[in-house]
Design a protein around this ligand. Structure first.
Ligand code: FEO
Length: 425
């Protein structure tokens, strides 16, 4: 096992001064880290000043300061750049600012509120930077690139122009701790790179593509992310991989003008299945909508999340069992955190025996995921009546009309309204 290194020179007068966390097995609860992680921070020395790029998690501050002191004195530090203020990178910032009070802090505009919450100091001094702004260190120029939502609103990247080194924050990073540090020396970390993208960056696919537009034209010799290996071998291949990952996974053979509605259901006695078919049939009557019907009983490892990422509307049918929707529905809904579903259209329906809570519960969950749920779901006690199937048909039709922007205004009488309310009571 390679021992933890001192500060490591990654290019002339530019050092890695981060910290290793090899024992970490869970990051932010949700991510598994079989190889631990690193909190990468860097020191860039120019003729007229020294810059510190990012810090480390507070628990690892001592390690960071030890390496920092190997390459600079605190009174030489003119510049501190925080590319991202999540605590794993800003934990040592308050202490660094205390030790180097003369240093100017550079952050993105969106980072201000987070900084104020992090450093409880009313006289806090910082500079806001955006794409194209620069800081001159004397023979070393830091150029900033605003790359918001990768994966927080505040995230940015910083380039050392003369050395073509991109300090990319979480972007192009991964949780993989290996004291050999560089991608051409560490163990095989490909799974970790992909896993990190799928869990951290995938929900922000549109922002990934925007960031790539900014970063792809750059000449890059080294990509130095805030976690995991430093990418000095074939750095452009990581940009290319991000572009592949941010491109829809499924070949989309329908035209851009055609909307996609997915109807998922699971059914104990065929009742919710009949309702699902009616929803699909109703949606089918509207031109410009492709309707797909899936039985979650056969879900297994099918790539429904990939389908949902590309869809415009989602309808979920579930029976109510013991006052709840059934597990396959919750399993699918709980797996949607890794993709962007905000503003998609959502709906629920289902058959029930006693109480029928599943519909409202699914609708609440869809709203929680920021889907639009404009149409009240349909519930049917046990075997759906013709009238209830008609309402499912109408639900499908209305969903499709919402997707095409061709919403049919319907006048409803007070007696119909009361009847609907009673059926949902
Ligand atoms: Fe590595 Fe988003 O913090």
């Amino acid at each position: 096992m390679t021992p933890a290194p001192d500060a490591v020179e990654i290019a002339p007068s530019t050092h890695w001064i981060g910290a290793l966390d090899p024992a970490l097995r869970d990051f932010d609860i949700i991510l598994k880290t079989a190889n631990g992680t690193t909190y990468n921070a860097y020191c860039v020395r120019g003729d007229a000043g020294v810059a510190i790029i990012d810090t480390v998690k507070e628990s690892h501050a001592a390690e960071f300061f030890t390496r920092l002191e190997q390459v600079t004195r605190y009174d030489e530090i003119s510049t501190i750049v925080l590319n991202h203020l999540e605590p794993d990178h800003s934990g040592a910032l308050p202490e660094l600012m205390r030790r180097a009070p003369q240093a100017k802090l550079y952050i993105s505009a969106k980072a201000q509120l987070m900084l104020k919450a992090l450093v409880r100091n009313s006289e806090l001094n910082f500079n806001i930077v955006k794409t194209g702004d620069t800081v001159d260190l004397g023979g070393r120029t830091l150029r900033f690139f605003s790359t918001p939502f990768l994966h927080w609103p505040d995230t940015q990247c910083t380039l050392v122009e003369e050395q073509n080194i991109l300090f990319s924050g979480d972007v192009f990073g991964c949780h993989f701790c290996d004291a050999r540090l560089f991608n051409d020396r560490v163990g095989d970390f490909r799974f970790s790179f992909e896993y990190y993208y799928q869990h951290i960056m995938r929900p922000f696919r549109e922002h990934v593509l925007e960031a790539l537009e900014l970063l792809e034209p750059l000449t890059l010799k080294i990509i130095a992310p805030a976690h995991g290996p430093i990418l000095r071998e074939a750095p452009r291949s990581y940009l290319q991989r991000y572009r592949q990952l941010a491109t829809p996974l499924l070949h989309n053979e329908i035209g851009a003008d055609t909307k996609s509605l997915l109807v998922f259901y699971i059914s104990s006695y065929g009742n919710t299945a009949r309702m699902a078919q009616a929803v699909a049939d109703g949606a089918e009557t509207i031109a410009g909508v492709r309707v797909s019907l899936y039985d979650l009983q056969a879900a297994g490892d099918l790539p429904f999340v990939d389908l949902i990422e590309e869809a415009d509307g989602l309808a979920f049918g579930s029976p109510t069992i013991n006052g709840d929707a059934v597990k396959p529905v919750w399993d699918l809904l709980s797996s949607l955190a890794v993709i962007k579903v905000r503003d998609k259209l959502g709906a629920a329906f289902g058959s029930y025996g006693w109480s029928g809570e599943a519909i409202n519960m699914i609708e609440d969950r869809l709203r929680g995921l920021k889907l639009r749920v404009p149409i009240k779901g349909v519930r049917a006690k046990l075997i759906p009546t013709e009238e209830e199937l008609e309402r499912c048909y109408d639900l499908g039709k209305q969903l499709a009309q919402h997707l095409t922007g061709n919403i049919e205004r319907k006048t409803i009488s007070m007696s119909e309204l009361l009847a609907q309310e009673q059926s949902h009571a």
